[in-house]
Design a binder for this molecule. Sequence first.
Ligand code: PEP
Length: 255
Amino acid sequence: MRKPMMAGNWKMNKTWAESVVLAQQISNRSREYWDDQVDVVICPAMVNIKAVNSVFEFDKTPASVGAQNCHWEPKGAFTGEASIPMIREAGASWCIVGHSERREYFAETDETVNRKVAALLEGGVAPIVCVGESLAVREAGDYLEFVTSQVRADFAGIEDNQAKTCVVAYEPIWAIGTGRTALPEQAQEVCAAIRACLADRYGSEISDEMRVLYGGSMKPANVEGLMTQKDIDGGLVGGAALEAESFVELIAACI
Ligand code: PEP
């Protein structure tokens, strides 16, 4: 039985003060909506990780904090980057890697994603590895091969016992921030292919333990259909995570 996960990716939204307010609003609703039946993860902007983590620590909120990116080197001359020890010390226990926006705007490749996954596991921070196809790839029909080849490349060299800690998020690019969600059956088809690919690599005992999330315009109106799919274990959410009310509804749908 896999524990569901609902992760909010705030992207480059919310100042420090706004982040504290939203974290507090989410925290205030936690008792009413969930305790430990679901892993709730909030990924604010890098500079706000500590503030959000402090709210959750102070309130003993059943939620953890993640980063949206990291560098694979522990320190050095990499202007503008943050290392894994830095995000971890700030309070991040998770880190999103390979988000399509980073692949598109910041030249993230499967090779750099793989380096980050390995370094995160080494550094004690759990990766949320994003994969997903563009509209052109979907329309060409070879999206299953595309997505599973991303999974194979992103997990290259990652051992069985380390892979278990990772979460994979299937995020079709054509559904991110567009309001256009993948139909539950479309999302299930790809999430099942991801799990089969993980089973090929690690065996079904491990792949059955690993969580596969869906991301792409997930909202209260469509979450139920997605969450009833066999291979979808939760969501990675952008827009609907920016309001406490909609985000806690997504959390509630996981229970
Ligand atoms: C995302 O960017 O990870 C995402 C899924 O965004 P949205 O929910 O806004 O589509």
